[in-house]
Design a protein around this ligand. Structure first.
Ligand SMILES: NC(=O)c1ccc[n+]([C@@H]2O[C@H](COP(=O)([O-])OP(=O)(O)OC[C@H]3O[C@@H](n4cnc5c(N)ncnc54)[C@H](O)[C@@H]3O)[C@@H](O)[C@H]2O)c1
Ligand SMILES: O=P(O)(O)OC[C@H](O)CO
Length: 370
């Protein structure tokens, strides 16, 4: 059994309670009960909302031990406590797990600044990045900058509903310098059906999780247009190549081997087969782009959020700013389709143009060798 007192034990708070946030809290809570070094109770911050019957979501979670909106039918474990007060949810925790749609993380960090426990460590499960005037910023870097703490990442082929059913999956922790801290995160998440390993490549792991959402949108277009398996495999291959080239241009330290971990090729495959980005993009293509992504997201996902459309725009901004648009035809085309500038069939018409080889800075030559 875990324990309920003692200064030396770690206390975990989960910031976020959507579909994956709820499954992450369930995994952690189950391990916290079994591992002596973790306090039993896991606080889960809930972005408060009223359910149709009038009850607050956090009250419903604490009454039923289920996230009735984002993960219905799955018991979270009695030691998960839903807390709608962000500062209160994290105040005692020395291990902070961030798992919200990435667009909310800047506001959350602003609200948390100065309110977290000294010496706390963080891990981000958020797939995405922010684009600022100064350039792109990964969510782990945003957390580190705003809260002044070290932040690892956990990404992988992790469709939340499947993990909630204890179907075997793997995940990758990315860490910067401190292997011991990465091992503590592995201990917290690892189970016989959720196999976690660690690699020293925060940016590589996080960019895999972020960029695969853009490729998933492309895969959804292919499905909506009924172009078949060969086309979808081709889009996944081109997408993986662009993921690797883009990651290495942004962060030369990114390792090739990271793309063969769960966070890389495995997440790309699962997301292009069974993810929400794929599903909504399929509907967008079936409707010939006449219904917006926002409308389809609201209708099809019941409050859950897509990351791919926003990430495609963010990636496009980075590429425009750096003169890379010619180098990433798939990423570029996904955004231009999402923005209504191109029709969905452009995904195959525009995606495999070879990069031009006259870039003054040698970037194209670099990409062609990746
Ligand atoms: N669902 C999955 O299968 C899965 C798997 C791996 C990673 N992820 C990643 O995990 C992250 C979180 O996704 P999720 O599936 O847990 O969420 P979700 O899409 O299921 O749910 C949306 C969440 O956003 C919250 N929210 C809405 N408005 C908000 C606001 N203004 N401020 C703060 N929160 C607000 C909602 O309360 C809800 O908890 C994303 O980056 C996603 O890409 C998801
Ligand atoms: O449902 P998606 O498209 O947000 O993808 C979910 C996970 O990221 C898959 O690992």
């Amino acid at each position: 059994m875990g324990s309920c007192g003692g200064e030396s034990e770690s206390r975990v708070a989960v910031v976020g309670s959507g579909n994956w946030g709820s499954v992450a809290a369930k995994l952690i809570a189950s391990n916290a009960l079994q591992l002596h070094s973790f306090h039993d109770e896991v606080r889960m911050w809930v972005f408060e909302e009223k359910l149709p019957a009038g009850e607050k979501l956090s009250d419903a979670i604490n009454r039923t031990n289920e996230n009735v909106k984002y993960l219905p039918g799955v018991k979270l474990g009695k030691n998960v406590v839903a807390d709608p007060d962000l500062a209160h949810a994290v105040k005692d925790a020395n291990m902070l797990v961030f798992v919200t749609p990435h667009q909310f993380m800047e506001g959350i960090c602003r609200d948390l600044a100065g309110k977290i426990r000294e010496g706390a460590q963080a891990i981000s499960l958020c797939k995405g990045m922010e684009v600022k005037k100064e350039g792109p910023q990964m969510i782990s870097a945003l957390i580190s900058e705003k809260l002044g703490i070290n932040c690892c990442v956990l990404m992988g082929a992790n469709i939340a509903n499947e993990i909630a059913e204890r179907k075997f999956s793997e995940a990758t922790v990315g860490y910067r310098d401190d292997k011991e801290i990465a091992e503590e995160w592995v201990r917290l998440f690892n189970t016989p059906y959720f196999r976690v390993s660690a690699v020293q490549d925060v940016e590589g792991v996080e960019l895999c999780g972020t960029l695969k959402n853009v490729v998933a949108i492309a895969a959804g277009f292919v499905d909506g247009l009924e172009m078949g398996n060969n086309t979808k495999a081709a889009i996944m291959r081109i997408g993986l190549r662009e993921m690797k080239a883009f990651s290495k241009l942004l962060f030369p330290s990114v390792k090739d081997t990271t793309f063969f971990e769960s966070c890389g090729v495995a997440d790309l495959i699962t997301t292009c087969l069974g993810g929400r980005n794929r599903k909504v993009a399929e509907a967008y293509a079936k409707n010939e782009g006449k219904r917006s992504f926002d409308e389809l997201e609201a209708e099809m996902l019941g409050g859950q959020k897509l990351q791919g459309v926003m990430t495609a725009r963010e990636v496009y901004e980075v590429m425009s700013h750096r003169g890379w648009l010619e180098l990433f035809p798939l990423f570029r085309t996904v955004h231009e389709i999402c923005a209504g500038q191109l029709q969905p069939p452009a995904i195959v018409e525009h995606s495999e143009q070879p990069p031009k080889f006259n870039a003054a800075d040698g970037t194209a030559e670099l990409i062609s060798s990746m």
